[in-house]
Design a protein. Structure first.
Length: 401
C-alpha cells in the first residue's frame, strides 16, 4: 500500500514549483512540485494538486546541484594572470612561474572561488591538489570534495622521491578529510612509467583523474618525442636523452597500468579519436571504468580547441563536465561550460547536457547515492536555471537550497 503523506503539516516541508523540473535524468514540464524536508532532503515530486499550500513559485528550470568534476581550486589566485590563447606549453610555463604568492592572497582567492561556485549551484567538486592550501576552506564543509592529489615526476630514477612528496600531501588531506582522497598522475608527459605504477598500486586508490589528450603537443611528444613539449623540459632542466616515446596515444600508454576495479576520469579529451574510443571499448573488461570529463571553456582559453563532442557521445562512456582552474577560465561555473557546449552543438538535448552536469558527475565521483538527482532520501541541492525558455545562450543559475 502506498504511503500517504500530508505535505501541509506544520511547514515541515519546503515546496518548489517552476516551469520545468530536471530530475537528474529527464525534464518534466509544468504541473508538478518538488517537495523537500527543511534540510534539503528530497521527499517527492508530486502533482501540484497534491502538494498542499505554501508552494514557492519560481520562473525557470529546477535542477539538482551541479557537479564540477575537474577543478584546481588552489590556483584561484591566478585568475587573469595568464593570457588567453598561449597554447599548452606556454600556459604550463605560466602556471609554473606564477605559483608563488602570499599565502593570505592564495587563501582568500580559494575562499572567494568556492563562494562563487556555491552561489552558481555547484554542490560537489573533483579537485586537483598539489599542495594542502585548500584544506582550511574545504574543512568548513560547504561543498562536497573529492581530492585528487596530483603527482609529477618524469625522470624514472626520481619516482620514489616524487611519490613520497605527494604522499605527504595526500596524508594531510586524509587527516583532515578522511576517505575523500586519491593520489593521481598529472598527465602522460609528466609522469614516468615507474611513478605511474606506484600510483596505480597504492592501496585504496580506486578513483583516479588524469589530464588526457589536452593538446596536439602532448600527442606529438608521446608519438615521436618531438615538438613543442620539449620546451617544457628545457625550462625544467631535464635531459631527455633517456626518453623513448611509447609511440602511441595517451589512453593506450596510461590505462593498462590500472586495474578493472579502479575508475578513471579522463579529463579534456580534446584529441581523443574514434580509434582511441574503439580501443577503450574493445578492452573494457581489462581496463578501469572510464569517464570522460569535458572542460570546454578552459580548452578555448588555452587555445587547444574543443573535443569531438559528437564523437565522444557515440561511445559507451559516461560524459561529465568540469571547469579546470581560474588560471585557464574566467569563472568556475558549470552552467557556463554547458552553454559553451550547447552553442557549438545546438542539437544536443538540454536534458542530456544537464545530466552531464549533475548525475553523471556524481556517479564519477562516487557521490550518486547522495547527490545528482531528485530522488527520495538524497540531498542534491536545488539550482534554479533562469532565462532558458529559448535555450541556454542567455541562461544563468543560482542556488535555491
Amino acid at each position: 500500500m502506498a504511503k500517504l503523506i500530508d505535505f501541509g503539516v506544520l511547514m515541515t516541508y519546503r515546496k518548489f514549483k517552476a516551469d520545468q523540473i530536471f530530475t537528474g535524468t529527464a525534464l518534466r514540464t509544468g504541473g508538478e512540485v518538488l517537495i523537500t524536508r527543511q534540510d534539503g532532503q528530497v521527499e517527492a515530486i508530486v502533482p501540484a494538486a497534491d502538494a498542499g499550500d505554501e508552494v514557492q513559485e519560481l520562473t525557470g528550470i529546477l535542477s539538482p546541484g551541479f557537479v564540477n568534476a575537474h577543478c584546481h581550486l588552489e590556483l584561484s589566485h591566478m585568475k587573469g594572470r595568464i593570457p588567453e590563447g598561449t597554447g599548452m606549453v606556454d600556459f604550463l610555463l605560466g602556471v609554473m612561474k606564477q605559483r608563488n604568492f602570499p599565502r593570505e592572497e592564495v587563501l582568500q582567492a580559494i575562499s572567494d572561488a568556492e563562494e562563487a561556485m556555491w552561489n552558481s549551484g555547484i554542490v560537489a567538486v573533483g579537485d586537483i591538489c598539489n599542495t594542502p592550501d585548500t584544506i582550511p576552506q574545504k574543512s568548513k564543509g560547504r561543498l562536497r570534495y573529492r581530492n585528487f592529489v596530483e603527482t609529477m615526476g618524469f625522470i624514472p630514477a626520481t619516482a620514489p622521491q616524487r611519490f613520497a612528496f605527494s604522499k605527504g600531501v595526500y596524508d594531510q588531506f586524509e587527516a583532515a578529510m578522511p576517505g575523500t582522497n586519491s593520489m593521481v598522475p598529472h598527465a602522460p608527459y609528466s609522469v614516468s612509467p615507474v611513478l605511474l605504477q606506484l600510483i596505480a598500486d597504492l592501496p585504496g586508490n580506486e578513483l583516479i583523474s588524469i589530464h588526457n589528450q589536452e593538446s596536439a603537443a602532448e600527442a606529438e611528444f608521446l608519438q615521436y618525442g618531438t615538438g613543442d613539449m620539449r620546451r617544457l623540459y628545457d625550462f625544467l632542466g631535464i635531459d631527455l636523452s633517456f626518453y623513448h616515446p611509447p609511440a602511441t596515444t595517451s589512453p593506450r600508454a596510461m590505462l593498462p597500468a590500472f586495474l578493472p576495479s579502479q575508475s578513471i576520469l579522463l579529463v579534456h579529451d580534446v584529441h581523443t579519436s574514434q580509434s582511441d574510443l574503439e580501443w577503450m571499448e574493445k578492452n573494457r573488461q581489462i581496463l578501469p571504468q572510464i569517464f570522460l570529463c569535458l572542460c570546454p571553456n578552459a580548452n578555448n582559453y588555452i587555445g587547444n580547441g574543443l573535443p569531438d563532442i559528437d564523437g565522444l557521445r557515440k561511445g559507451p562512456f559516461v560524459i561529465l563536465t568540469g571547469t579546470d582552474s581560474l588560471s585557464s577560465n574566467h569563472q568556475l561555473n558549470i552552467l557556463e561550460e554547458i552553454k559553451t557546449i550547447a552553442s557549438a552543438h545546438p542539437r544536443i538535448p538540454m536534458a542530456e547536457l544537464l545530466q552531464w552536469a549533475t548525475i553523471n558527475g556524481a556517479r564519477a565521483l562516487g557521490l550518486d547515492a547522495e547527490i545528482g538527482s531528485f530522488e527520495p532520501g538524497k540531498k542534491p541541492g536545488i539550482v534554479l536555471i533562469e532565462n532558458a525558455s529559448e535555450g541556454l545562450s542567455n541562461a544563468g543559475s543560482r542556488r535555491i537550497l
